[in-house]
Design a protein around this ligand. Structure first.
Ligand code: ADP
Length: 160
């Protein structure tokens, strides 16, 4: 059984994430989308909300599940029988950090990192940018799943 993890903050999940998850699901028998629940970063959505939005967005993929994780990703992999970490690469700017992370993870555990190049139509997409554009009234409906767009609009309306 080949099992992979797609880790991230997913605050919130975008169509770029979903594209990577879907492609990972074609390469591996099982894919776990692991939502980092560490409290270090300033988040718009709670871990429970981020997990629920992902579960909804991934409902159509039979071999994909969603889980929260804290602490080291390599520990999560060991605990869940995961052999590979799948990361999306958007630009060269992603590569520096992701290479460092992949090498660090390989030094910590017997886990392989697989880089998947972003689809061109998503190469500019980042959760932080989606939030910023939405905050100033920009239309992000084509960039995130419909359930995320709904919740994003509601959350930002509460805040203003
Ligand atoms: P974090 O906030 O932990 O950096 P994200 O939740 O933003 O992570 O993203 C998780 C993973 O998804 C990262 O590997 C990132 O490179 C990848 N990713 C994010 N956006 C895209 C995109 N538009 N296309 C491809 N991969 C992406």
């Amino acid at each position: 059984m080949r099992r992979a993890v797609c880790p991230g903050s997913f605050d919130p999940v975008t169509n770029g994430h979903i594209d990577i998850v879907q492609r990972a699901a074609r390469m591996f028998d099982e894919v776990v989308v692991a939502v980092g629940v560490n409290t270090s970063k300033n988040r718009l959505f709670t871990p429970e909300e981020r997990i629920a939005m992902l579960e909804d967005a991934c409902a159509g993929f039979a071999n994909v599940s969603v889980a929260g994780f804290s602490g080291l990703l390599t520990d999560f992999c060991a605990q869940n029988g995961i052999q590979a970490i799948v990361k999306g690469l958007r630009a060269v700017s992603d590569f520096d950090y992701e290479l460092q992370m992949a090498q660090m993870n390989a030094s910590l555990a017997d886990v392989e990192t697989v880089f998947v190049p972003t689809s061109p139509e998503y190469s500019f997409l980042a959760s932080s940018l989606v939030k910023e554009v939405a905050m100033f009234g920009g239309d992000v409906s084509a960039l995130v799943p419909p359930n995320v767009h709904r919740q994003l609009t509601e959350r930002l309306a509460q805040r203003s």
